[in-house]
Design a binder for this molecule. Structure first.
Ligand code: SF4
Ligand code: SF4
Ligand code: SF4
Length: 352
């Protein structure tokens, strides 16, 4: 497996419109550079294995299993491993990731999933909302970059070398709006159901919307499909019955969707996060002004002759358009790929 090499293929001749509110600090020329400028990993006391990129991969894999820790009991008869993850879970609130509450193996749930479920019951989710906002204000969308299982799976799909596709800035801007529309529909329905339940008028809406009433995002939610639909279809959860297919019906369409989603991620990194995920829209509202963020050292950055950071950024952020001091982008997932690849070590972590 190899990392994205950061080959420079900047196609954007148009002005960037993906973050329209951002003040352009100084004009930046669009450039065409032939040579890859990937930085050689620096020696560190713990050795190469613990460079930033490897560390993120380890944490992503660890959380992927931690989120589904009951698998260790159900399939592998390892209750101690599950107990360890459950202990960690008990110390954590819900996290700003995508992880459905209903997953049979789940130990951790996502803030968006929990908010949606709580709204439909007619209760205001003070604790979940508060915990989510505090996490996002401190570390931004780092949980998207380091923990979310759907982000992790998209990242691992993009590990083999390939030519990455980059939509034009205007297309990217339009596509990013789709997640806002999904967010409005999903949260709007959840609040409507909650008001119906609180006032005793939910039955009509529930009858009309059927399965969509309590979780309108579920049919499209890859985490729900992977961690709820598929395990429930394969139940009982013995590994010997994994290929037991029964009443699949609509579930097969969902599995096809999630498969196509990951295949597309090979050419369009994190496209689901960038364009479709309604949780991303919500998390971006609070992460934009996070205390920990990305900045560039003006003494080291050479934006006129280099765009490596933008080429490797899985969220297709036009990093050079932001002020040097702090890159306040709601789309940044703090993956630090830009930092790992910058040839002059110009990307710095800012605390402000
Ligand atoms: S944006 Fe991506 S990483 Fe973040 S919650 Fe959605 S699917 Fe997960
Ligand atoms: S931050 Fe690094 S990679 Fe990005 S333009 Fe500046 S020098 Fe190049
Ligand atoms: S700007 Fe850097 S840290 Fe943020 S998403 Fe892009 S590569 Fe990751």
């Amino acid at each position: 497996m190899t990392e994205d090499t950061g080959r420079i293929e900047d196609t954007g001749a148009e002005e960037d419109t993906s973050e329209p509110e951002v003040e352009v600090e100084e004009p930046v020329k669009e450039i065409e550079v032939e040579e890859t400028k990937e930085k050689k990993p620096r020696a560190n006391p713990l050795g190469l294995i613990f460079n930033l990129r490897m560390l993120r991969r380890f944490i992503q894999i660890g959380f992927f299993f931690a989120i589904n820790a009951y698998i260790f009991v159900a399939w592998f008869h390892m209750p101690n491993v599950t107990r360890l993850f459950v202990t960690i879970r008990d110390m954590l609130p819900t996290l700003p990731i995508l992880a459905p509450l209903q997953a049979p193996f789940a130990t951790i749930s996502g803030s968006f999933d929990t908010l949606q479920a709580t709204f439909t019951t007619g209760i205001f989710p003070f604790f979940t909302l508060g915990a989510m906002i505090i996490i996002l204000i401190f570390v931004g969308r780092a949980p998207c970059g380091w923990i979310c299982p759907i982000g992790t799976m998209q990242d691992f799909v993009t590990l083999p070398k390939r030519t990455k596709a980059r939509p034009s800035p205007s297309t990217e801007k339009e596509l990013r709006k789709v997640k806002l529309y999904i967010f409005v529909v999903v949260v709007g329905l959840a609040i409507w159901m909650g008001i119906g339940r609180a006032t005793g008028t939910a039955e009509t809406l529930e009858a009309a919307l059927a399965g969509f009433a309590n979780d309108a995002f579920a049919p499209l939610n890859p985490a729900y499909i992977l961690f709820v639909v598929i395990p429930n279809q394969l139940w009982p959860t013995s590994i010997s019955t994994i290929w037991y297919f029964s009443t699949w019906g609509f579930a097969l369409i969902q599995v096809a969707f999630v498969t196509v989603m990951f295949i597309i991620s090979f050419w369009f990194p994190r496209w689901f996060c960038r364009w479709l995920c309604p949780a991303a829209y919500l998390y971006g509202i609070f992460s934009k002004e996070s205390l920990i963020g990305i900045g560039r050292n003006p003494a080291r950055c050479t934006p006129d002759t280099c765009n490596v950071c933008e080429v490797v950024c899985p969220m297709n952020i036009r990093i050079r358009k932001f002020p040097y001091q702090h890159m306040h982008s709601p789309d940044c997932i703090m993956c630090l790929d830009c930092k790992s690849h910058c040839p002059t070590d110009a990307i710095v972590l800012r605390f402000s």
